[in-house]
Design a protein. Structure first.
Length: 268
């Protein structure tokens, strides 16, 4: 069993763009109904509608692929090992560059739209996410001095990478909908972007790719922000700016609450 623990978010990666459209190539235009989602105490996820149009001067068919990438965050994994009848955690493995949320929606399955190499270069699909090979970090003692040893994973890399994707899919943070883009008119389309409650806060990138003859001919990028607001935001900021003071206040509040509860039970 492998258990994840997310670390602080990292800056988002840049988007690869297709070459300049040639004569007869189609062009896509798109927008979001909302560009900012506010997270409050009553937040239970959100649904955002992406809509757009395809301007196709030729009769060649086109396909639309929508990719939503959340803020990147290193993900720390450990493997449960049974040693002498006791379950223990293995040394942690840290994956870099994994988006905290990733969704694809398309007019049909991705392998039918473009080839493996094209999807890999564009980074479209969970199988083509640019997740850096992780490092294994563990502490050793040499001549009485503690040192941190960093080593690259070998043949186990793909197993760990699959575990990252599997766990994120189980949490509904990675998903793919092969029929998620629907044409509502001849050239007008829409797609629903569903953000679960567990979706991380931060800046998202919404990419709208237009494929023609198996290659990307146009792409539009639209930003999306998921942010905490109100008392939740103030508590979040306070916990990260002054973590020691926040921890002490939590302990103090717990002690006071326990003392009040004990006093009430003694009276009853």
């Amino acid at each position: 069993m492998i258990a994840p623990a997310a670390l602080p978010p990292a800056p988002p990666a840049a988007v690869s763009t297709p070459s300049r459209p040639g004569p007869g190539d189609a062009v896509v235009s798109a927008a979001l109904t909302e560009t900012r989602v506010e997270v409050t105490s009553g937040y239970h996820g959100a649904r955002i509608v992406l809509y757009g149009a395809v301007f196709n001067p030729s009769t060649r068919p086109t396909d639309v692929v929508v990719v939503v990438r959340g803020p990147e965050r290193p993900i720390r994994l450990v493997r449960k090992l049974r040693v002498a009848g006791v379950w223990l955690n293995s040394r942690p493995v840290v994956f870099e560059g994994a988006p905290g949320f990733y969704m694809t929606a398309s007019t049909r399955p991705l392998p039918e739209i473009a080839g493996f190499g094209v999807l890999r270069r564009a980074g479209i699909g969970v199988d083509h996410l640019r997740i850096e090979a992780p490092e294994e970090r563990h502490t050793v003692t040499r001549y009485g001095i503690r040192d941190v040893v960093v080593s690259r994973l070998g043949a186990d890399y793909l197993d760990w990478r699959r575990a990252v994707i599997r766990l994120m899919e189980k949490s509904d943070l990675y998903k793919a909908d092969t029929n998620g883009v629907r044409y509502v008119d001849r050239n007008l389309f829409r797609a629903d972007v569903d953000l679960p409650t567990e979706a991380p806060t931060g800046r998202y990138e919404t990419e709208v790719w237009l494929f023609q003859d198996g290659r990307p001919v146009s792409v539009k990028v639209r930003p999306l922000t998921v942010a905490k607001v109100g008392i939740e935001r103030r508590i979040y900021d306070f916990a990260h700016v002054a973590p020691w003071l926040y921890g002490l206040l939590c302990v103090g509040l717990a002690l006071v609450s326990g003392w009040i509860a004990s006093a009430l039970f003694r009276r009853s």
